[in-house]
Design a protein. Structure first.
Lengths: 775, 162
């Protein structure tokens, strides 16, 4: 229970000695309020809403990686029946999905630039009829040469390019004891949220457009619809359904499918649902960017990093989508959680005739942290150090500066994580045992291996993002005396439905029953920003805390003045005490609304004082703060098949403050397994620009039988900018699992894994070729 | 064809194409949208229901196989005998986005009926066909093992909806 100090607002409230007894809600793990409805099948996801008179949509997609659209004809009299068809010719506005820019076409016009690119959308009274109506669209393509590899793409203008340099890299490199090079590669990764993408759109009688569906960012969708339809902002209303998983996959893509559904609603004059099945979801939606990352590192003989020269190349696919922002985050994590004064990083996103890649949990960081962690292991091996020693020698800490110049505060906990994971796993001793065992193993016995990674993740938007948005959150009193909190955050599973009430109750001196959270609906809520970038708890949560505290403080102060003779009052757990009679906050608030009128408080994100970021030079405070982690992966490799069986992952993560430890650990557990999938099995195979494995039978993600025990240990070094010290942690676990798993395979087999996924087929190939990360 | 069956204890008759999927019949004809489609080809387990007490993938069950069957869906189970399991999943962090969860409840409930005290390996074996992309399965293991330990699941599947 927290005693709520009101003295700052009015002199009449007592300087409470009890003010810092923290309320029982922070650090507790109550059942998530949306949990029962989800588990019982009552929650309404995108494809669950029943809309009378609704038609269904389907999409006609390009079979070519690059072609000219010579002719398109639509003959509904044949297979189509009463279906309608919309092509680029029928668009009401610009043919672009507004994201970073609007260069991503809504529907292909004149050219298609990747397999699966939408060329037309159709609607019919039933799902089956809509699918069948695709036969009624006849398209003539004239195939063109396609750019299908990064090697070919390198000669063409990139979709995005950035660079940073600090210190004197060439000079320091020239004077270093050793210069060590490595090349690291990672592939596409598909999100596989269990709920596929889906949107339902309709026009109201007054001409207003309503879109309902699965999304992370209602205001991104809103902006894209306003742009595409040329409607005034207030004529477009976007409502998020329950979101059955996102992982970034519902950050960029929902804007496109929402426009498609709305085009069909406009063409039919009816509600239209466009819901993908799994195959279409895999073919049609964005993936994690494949990456090739080159390291040249100058090191001292004792393992200290002298200079780093890093080149990042990402495959952006055919359109820009969010690639420039993904590249920024990649650049700003490429050096890892290490001290180095002389760093040069150049990054490019190349354009290929493959489906566009976009946001995926980690947003560029998992690729570069895989690379830098494997490079650290390579340096250690070449210098005769163990993986712990090389990290311990170079890890950043409080008072250090990152290569961007950002000064790290006392919550920079990388060393703590490293030491804690060593303590919990005995990594160093076990690593040496496995190294030794490799040379004297017996036939047929599984090869044990252990691997370590150290990682970090910038929480909140990159660079000046949060500072320039200063996104708002609103709290207001309802007529019943409850506090209603309005944000645009969607809960895609991460648990804001539980964490926000905890934060609001604790900050406002309320019980969670005193709170109401409005569903994300752009007709109701302010633009508190997208549900991305590990920003929800930390950025939106902090604004909620301030808004609710301000609101309840005003009610308490009014009650004291008007009813309690100016007595000093305490507000805790929804009760105002300290006057002659205790009173429920809700009663006081009800009286406030009746006597004074409505009360609404809107606050904006408050950036940390003194922070700034130079976007031209990539220097300064790139993120409000960082969360830190260290993973140890233990696994076995079959000596004959080279099948990898993960046994245990120990993840030590420093999270600032765990508002809801069960959900916080749940983020780490789930992200860790996604990272193991990325490292070991998830592989998109392509031929001629076409995804070959567009089914869950062929794109393999970890099942419960593939899942190792995942032991999560949360460390807490409260960060003053977050609510009750919390940092953003949603993406953090995606960064550590892959390099630790690759390191463990190397420890078991001696194969220096420089590319993921490290499937058994590839491990065989690398063993045969004496695989090594050298250039 | 016309097929008569029971769903959550209620007699139901469907007229439809013999190959119409049980998943669609439940969702579209009965508005039982708690049963989810995750892949449509039997890989993900989100559409799991009980057919005569056994977990089956409703996306692979055609109407023609439904005659005289007893179907139990998440809607019948969650407010009936599987309530403790549902609450256990919520409490242990076994529910995140929730899209896989109804299928997990159905499958885990059937496991606990046949094996009231499963080991971690037995839980994994039973749920091998239920994909979850959020939890890393740790919360699901915790919930099922704790529910088993609490012996609160001891309802009878023979008549789950009283």
């Amino acid at each position: 229970m927290r005693r709520f100090r009101l003295a700052r607002r009015t002199a009449l409230l007592r300087d409470s000695a009890e003010r810092e007894t923290h309320m029982n809600t922070i650090g507790a793990s109550p059942p998530r309020p949306d949990g029962f409805a989800k588990a019982a099948g009552e929650a309404c996801y995108a494809d669950d809403l029943i809309v009378p008179g609704m038609w269904y949509g389907a999409t006609v997609r390009s079979p070519h990686a690059h072609a000219r659209l010579a002719d398109l004809s639509w003959a509904p009299a044949g297979a189509g029946g009463e279906a309608v068809c919309v092509t680029a010719r029928e668009l009401p506005g610009p043919n672009g999905v507004q994201l970073v820019d609007d260069s991503w076409p809504i529907l292909a016009d004149r050219f298609v630039r990747h397999v699966g690119e939408p060329v037309a959308v159709l609607a019919a009274p039933t799902r089956r009829a809509a699918q069948a109506a695709r036969q009624a669209v006849a398209i003539q393509y004239e195939p063109l040469p396609a750019v299908l590899s990064l090697e070919e793409a390198a000669a063409l203008p990139p979709l995005a390019a950035v660079a940073m340099e600090t210190g004197s890299v060439d000079e320091t490199m020239a004077g270093a004891d050793r210069v060590i090079e490595g090349v690291y590669r990672s592939g596409h990764q598909e999100h596989v949220y269990i709920e596929c993408q889906g949107m339902t759109a309709w026009f109201e009688p007054d001409g207003g457009l309503v879109v309902y569906g699965s999304m992370q960012c209602p205001y991104y969708v809103h902006k894209a619809l306003v742009h595409a339809f040329g409607l005034p902002a207030e004529a477009v209303r976007v409502r998020a359904s329950e979101v059955g998983g996102g992982f970034g996959g519902k950050e960029d893509f929902p804007s496109l499918i929402a426009i498609h559904a709305a085009l069909l609603a406009r063409a039919t004059g009816r509600p239209v649902r466009l819901a993908y099945d799994r195959g279409e979801d895999i073919i049609g939606t964005t993936k994690r960017h494949p990456a090739v990352i080159r390291h040249r590192t100058g090191v001292a003989a004792d393992g200290r990093l002298a200079a780093m020269d890093i080149e990042i190349v990402l495959d952006g696919g055919a359109y820009r989508t969010l690639s420039p922002v993904v590249l920024s985050r990649a650049l700003l994590h490429a050096f890892g959680p290490y001290r180095c004064d002389h760093v040069r990083i150049r990054g490019r996103v190349l354009r290929t005739n493959t489906p566009p890649n976009g946001a995926f949990r980690g947003f560029g960081a998992p690729q570069v942290e895989f690379a830098v962690e494997r490079q650290m292991d390579r340096i250690a091996r070449l210098l005769g150090l163990d993986p712990f020693a090389i990290r311990e020698r170079n890890v950043v800490g409080p008072g250090d500066r990152l290569p961007t110049g950002q000064l790290l505060d006392s919550s920079a906990a990388a060393r703590l994580c490293l030491e804690e994971v060593e303590l919990r796993t005995g990594f160093r001793a076990r690593w040496r045992e496995c190294e030794a065992a490799r040379t004297r193993r017996r036939d047929g016995e599984p090869l044990p291996g252990i691997g370590l990674s150290l990682y970090f993740h910038g929480a909140g938007f990159t660079g000046n993002g949060e500072r320039s948005m200063r996104s708002p959150v609103t709290a207001r009193l309802t007529d019943e005396g409850r506090v209603e909190v309005l944000t645009a955050t969607t809960d895609m599973g991460q648990g804001s439905a539980a964490v926000f009430p905890q934060i609001a109750a604790a900050a406002g001196g309320l019980a969670t029953e005193d709170l109401v959270f409005t569903a994300p609906d752009t007709g109701q809520v302010p633009d508190s920003g997208p549900t991305v970038a590990s920003r929800t708890t930390m950025i939106v949560g902090a604004a909620i805390a301030r808004a609710v505290a301000d609101l309840t403080g005003q009610v308490a102060a009014w009650w004291s003045t008007s009813r309690a003779g100016g007595a000093a009052l305490c507000l805790a757990d929804g009760n105002l005490t300290g006057a002659a009679e205790d009173i429920a906050f809700r009663r006081a608030a009800q009286a406030y609304v009746e006597e004074v009128g409505p009360l609404t408080v809107t606050v904006r994100h408050q950036p940390p004082p003194g922070h700034s970021f130079d976007e031209a030079r990539y220097q300064g405070d790139a993120y409000p703060t960082y969360a830190w982690g260290a993973d140890v992966v233990e696994l076995e490799v079959d000596p004959d098949t080279l099948a990898v069986k993960p046994l245990k992952v120990t993840a030590v993560c420093e999270v600032g403050r765990a508002i809801h430890p069960t959900l916080c650990a749940g983020q780490i557990e789930g992200g860790t397994l996604q990272a193991l999938g990325f490292a070991l099995m998830e592989e998109i195979k392509m031929r001629d620009g076409r995804y070959l494995n567009d089914r869950l039978a062929t794109y393999i993600i970890p099942t419960i039988t593939d899942s190792p025990q995942i032991a999560v240990h949360l460390l807490e070094r409260p960060w003053e900018g977050g609510p009750f010290g919390a940092k953003g942690i949603g993406e953090l676990p995606m960064d550590g699992g892959a390099p630790a798993a690759a390191a463990a395979i190397e420890n078991a087999t001696g194969i220096a894994v420089a590319e993921i996924p490290a499937t058994p087929e590839r491990l065989h190939e690398w063993r045969r070729d004496g695989g090594d990360a050298g250039p | 064809m016309r097929v008569e069956l029971t769903v959550n204890g209620q007699p139901v008759a469907f007229d439809g194409h013999p190959m119409e999927r049980l998943l669609d019949l439940l969702r579209e004809r009965l508005s039982l949208t708690g049963t989810k489609e995750g892949c449509g080809e039997g890989e993900c387990g989100a559409c799991s229901v009980l057919v005569d007490g056994e977990p089956q993938l409703s996306c692979l069950v055609p109407l023609l196989q439904c005659g005289g069957r007893r179907i139990d869906t998440i809607e019948g189970l969650a407010h009936g005998p599987a309530r403790a399991l549902v609450e256990g999943l919520v409490a242990a962090g076994g529910v995140q986005c929730g899209a896989c969860t109804p299928g997990i409840v159905v499958t885990a409930w059937a496991l606990l009926q046949s094996n009231p005290a499963p080991t971690r390996e037995e839980v994994a074996g039973a749920l091998a066909g239920n994909l979850c992309r959020c939890t890393g399965y740790e919360g699901i293991f915790r919930a099922i093992l704790q529910t088993a330990e609490s012996h609160e699941h001891s309802g009878k599947v023979e008549n789950p909806v009283s």
